[in-house]
Design a protein around this ligand. Structure first.
Ligand SMILES: [Ca+2]
Length: 475
């Protein structure tokens, strides 16, 4: 607890705000690389997630929520700022921001490595309003000058420049996985002992923050590293899940299933703590992922997961790469046990949190121009409508399952534009969720309209584009 006490000078100043109902706590829990079907309540036939399933019964479960990007850093930047990664020029994970992939047909743009100080974050909004603000776990938004402390967080534990730990097991450091980049570590895990597991230990810190907040409103940005690689579940759990995999089971990775179990258990511990402190009715809980499930292999061996019935996974702009679980419990205001099928995105979280905490006017007064919109009305009326009609995606990069691509979701239509061959693909998601039938030729007028909208939006964002690689042309 000593670390937190030293790191948190702002606490006494807000003591008088106490139990003011206009200041609900915000508990935002972000899982890493958790696919759309990764939870029991989203249809996994192997992973067991009773606490998250219960949270869904107590809140609104979004069935068409999107990550603003198909990889980590850009989506996390969108959550913090309410701005689109294309506008931020943060469209790739941090470690690859300057990697132009010079052996490919197109050169990727050089991106920003750091979330600049000029951007207004959700933590700054809440810190200015008197909240105790704490970031725990994965950060991945820049070098030390741009760590959480520089973006509105009173407390920061467990996050730094990197997107994954070397291991989930104590001491969480080493150079085994990322030999090219050198030694990695997870800072602030001081009371961890041999045999400890990172997901559990981050939760220990979260419980301390909730206790430490006392009567002050808190914003806890709890970013678990799991279920990202390394795929390391607890052996006894992995053994159990191995026994549950049958011939027809869709999800088939027992260690990955064990990681979901640890995630769920730890979400349960945090929610139990909130309840034990009597804060359940004034704590808004938001649970989500930052991109789709990773469909590659771990250490050249077993496939990590699939996002069936969605096509592809992390890295791709097909639905498997960007559609994510999102559950929001808003005590006293939001519906319980409801589903919402309105398309929403991680860029919406900042304005939504602002509205739910009564700070929406603050954004207006300061004339903050955001790319996201508040979706708080959908929590009250999940069958309602938003004024926004379209969602956009921009990934001008390569990954094992994609070449540079942008996309627009408009109503039931989804159009993807691939830069290498200027190919467009058009899908009707209502009729073809798995994106198997490209109807861009049959529906050429719709494809043309959506292409024009996408081009206009990219221009408005001042987006960075991939360029032809002259070296590749010579080959
Ligand atoms: Ca991720």
């Amino acid at each position: 607890m000593a670390t937190i006490l030293l790191a948190c000078p702002a606490v006494t100043a807000v003591a008088e705000e106490k139990t003011d109902s206009r200041n609900p706590n915000i508990l935002m829990i972000l899982a890493d690389d958790l696919g759309w079907t990764g939870l029991g309540c989203y249809g996994s036939d192997l992973h067991e997630t009773p606490n998250l399933d219960q949270l869904a019964r107590e809140g609104v479960r979004f069935t068409q929520a999107y990550a603003a990007s198909t990889v980590c850093t850009p989506t996390r930047a969108s959550i913090q700022t309410g701005l689109h990664p294309a506008r931020l020029h943060m469209t790739i994970w941090r470690e690859s921001a300057k990697n132009r992939n010079e052996n490919k047909p197109m050169l990727e743009p050089e991106c920003e490595e750091d979330l600049k100080h000029e951007y207004f974050t959700v933590a700054e909004l809440l810190q200015e309003a008197g909240y105790l603000t704490a970031h725990l776990g994965k950060w991945h938004l820049g070098s030390s000058k741009f760590f959480p402390e520089a973006h509105g967080y009173d407390i920061s534990i467990g996050g730094n420049i990197w997107g994954a730990p070397d291991s989930f097991w104590h001491p969480y450091r080493g150079a085994e996985r990322f030999a090219k980049e050198g030694f990695r570590y997870v800072p602030g895990m001081d009371d961890s002992r041999p045999g400890d597991y990172l997901t559990d230990k981050l939760t220990d810190e979260a419980l301390r923050v909730i206790e430490f907040a006392g009567e002050d409103p808190f914003f806890l940005n709890l970013c678990y590293y799991t279920v990202h690689t390394p795929i390391e579940g607890k052996p006894e759990d992995a053994e159990y899940f191995e026994s549950q995999i049958g011939e027809e089971t869709s999800h088939r990775n027992s260690h990955y299933a064990a990681m979901h179990k640890s995630l769920d258990e730890n979400v349960g511990r945090v929610l139990k703590k909130v309840k034990a402190r009597g804060l359940e009715n004034r704590t808004i809980v938001i649970f989500l992922s930052d991109n789709g499930g990773y469909t590659g292999k771990w250490k050249g061996g077993q496939v990590v997961t699939n996002n069936d019935p969605l096509r592809s996974g992390k890295g791709s702009l097909y639905e498997g790469g960007v559609r994510i679980p999102l559950i929001v419990r808003w005590p006293g205001k939001g519906r319980a046990g409801a589903e919402c099928a309105v398309p929403v995105t991680t860029t919406d979280l900042l304005p939504t949190i602002a509205e739910m905490t009564g700070l929406g006017e603050r954004l207006k007064v300061e004339d903050r121009k955001l790319d996201g919109i508040s979706i708080a009305s959908l929590l009250v009326e999940p069958t309602g409508l938003l004024q926004r009609k379209d969602l956009y995606f921009h990934y001008p990069h390569y990954y094992s399952n994609t070449s540079p691509v942008s996309a627009i979701r408009s109503g039931d239509w989804k159009l993807l534009h691939y830069y290498e061959d200027r190919r467009v693909e058009l899908y009707n998601l209502a009729a073809d969720l798995s994106e198997t039938k490209d109807v861009s030729k049959e529906k050429s007028e719709i494809a043309k309209q959506l292409s024009a909208k996408l081009a206009s939006w990219l221009n408005q964002m001042r987006a960075q584009f991939p360029q032809r690689n002259p070296k590749a042309r010579e080959k």
